[in-house]
Design a protein around this ligand. Structure first.
Ligand SMILES: Cc1ncc(COP(=O)(O)O)c(C=O)c1O
Length: 445
């Protein structure tokens, strides 16, 4: 703490140089640093001693609020008891307990593969899908289908099935054998929708076209975010996910829901799969699994998938995949404490109960300068701004900086503001959040 205080009180530009910041305008940041030095519940404290209301649960991960004592203590105890233990040919109790807890939360999914991030969870799920078909004697099923404007992390698998041009264009040829469904975002039809938009279920039928093109016997899996977060909160049209599920069923294609942001209560249910009552074959999670405290990701697989691998000699490894830190003891302890806290405080139910109030607050921004759409589901909101001609993303970034100055953390992607607060948020915080945002929107050039 002493070192940190010294660092922030004597901060100069050169102190910030060495860290190549991820997904950040490095030069802008280093000229105008924004550092968080501590956090509690709904607030961060900045290096210059200000309180900032967290409108984004960190990066969609701190669902139970910051520095919750139950999680902090579980981590402290675990790190002092078993700091690390391999899960290759060895085990430790926490990994088995956490996997079991997750399968209890997700009926129908009976095994869990651990990773350390959303990106790794996605790559693991894609590999499991392809290897699963092969294990069943359908080794030609190798093609993967993602969606435009999808975000599945930054591994080569994730950016290949992902659909964000800037995340793909610098990195070469990516995975081969990948196609994309069209995205479902259309303001002409769906602007200012409350909850799921009415228009767009038919866009799932594009999967039929890809099946005709490649033949189902060559397609392993379709991966989508049930609610796309990182490209600006794209809510699935009514009936869309159901249609994807039924086309996948028709052709024996695995359906993967990337629930890295929708998992753990964001929509007011354990998973989006429960909220929409559409059950994919694999679910990827991360972030909220440990309340963001310790990095962790996981893949939940539906009954039957693990079993398909369990043949051959008993001493032989069944899946040649895993990470040194798959099921890390400290992450597992954080995960167990987090899931307990979610349950004890009924946080998913709380998110559900607050979602109407949230919806009203989100749509109260309609009519303010530059606002061309407001949309919401659960405790998620997207507020789309008219871009400044020739300067995409500049207006929303300006809004982000002004909000930060006034004590509010929002997240922006392109010209869209994405909001996803901790599920412990109070109505008074919601009022404060949208009050501040409205003031900033009114003063934006
Ligand atoms: C849907 C989705 N998948 C994957 C990821 C990647 O997770 P990570 O940054 O932990 O690798 C994210 C991160 O925001 C995400 O939103």
């Amino acid at each position: 703490m002493q070192q940190l205080t010294e660092f922030t009180s004597t901060l100069t530009r050169s102190d910030l140089e060495a860290f190549w910041m991820p997904f950040t305008a490095n030069r802008q940041f280093k000229d105008h640093p924004r550092l968080f030095v501590s956090a509690k519940d709904m607030h961060y404290t900045t290096h210059d001693g200000r309180q900032v209301l967290d409108g984004t649960a960190g990066l969609w991960c701190v669902n139970a609020g910051h520095c919750r004592s139950q999680i902090v203590e579980a981590v402290q105890t675990q790190v002092a008891t078993l700091d690390f233990g391999p899960t290759f040919q060895m085990g430790h109790p926490g990994a088995f307990q956490l996997a079991q807890r997750l399968t209890e939360m997700a009926p129908g999914y009976d095994h869990v593969f651990f990773a350390n991030s959303g990106s790794e969870a996605v790559d693991s799920a894609l590999k499991i899908a392809i290897a699963y078909h092969r294990a069943r004697g359908e080794g030609t099923r190798q093609r993967l289908i993602g969606r435009e404007r999808g975000y599945h992390g930054v591994g080569f698998g994730g950016i290949s099935v992902g659909g964000i041009g800037t995340n793909r264009k610098f990195f070469g040829s990516l995975l081969t054998g990948v196609d994309h469904l069209p995205h479902t975002h259309n303001l002409e039809h769906n602007a200012f929708s409350k909850g799921q938009p009415e228009w767009g279920a038919h866009l799932a039928d594009e999967l039929e076209r890809l099946v005709l093109l490649h033949d189902a016997s060559n397609i392993a899996a379709v991966i989508v975010e049930p609610v796309a977060g990182s490209t600006g909160v794209l809510i699935p049209p009514k009936g869309y996910l159901e249609r994807l599920r039924s086309i996948c069923d028709k052709y024996g294609i695995l359906l993967i829901f990337d629930e890295v942001i929708t998992g753990f209560g964001r929509l007011g249910a354990s998973f989006a799969a429960d909220y929409f009552d559409v059950k994919p074959d694999l679910i990827t999670v991360a972030k909220g699994i440990t309340n963001g405290t310790i990095p962790m990701g996981a893949v939940l697989v539906r009954q039957g998938i693990y079993d398909a691998f369990m043949h051959g000699p008993e001493h032989a490894i069944e899946l040649f995949h895993g990470y040194t830190y798959s099921g890390h003891p400290v992450a597992c302890a954080a995960g167990l404490a987090t899931l307990k806290l979610y349950q004890q405080e009924g946080l998913f139910q709380r998110a559900h109960e607050l979602s109407d109030y949230w919806e009203e607050a989100v749509h109260s921004l309609k009519g303010l300068p530059h606002v061309i759409d407001t949309r919401n589901l659960g405790l998620v909101a997207g507020i789309e701004l008219e871009p400044i001609a020739g300067k995409p993303a500049a207006r929303a970034f300006d809004c982000f900086l002004r909000c930060y100055e006034r004590g509010l953390l929002i997240r922006t992607t392109g010209d869209i503001i994405a909001l996803s607060p901790p599920l412990i948020i109070e109505k008074s915080h919601i009022d404060e959040l949208f009050g501040l945002l409205a003031e900033v929107l009114k003063e934006l050039p």
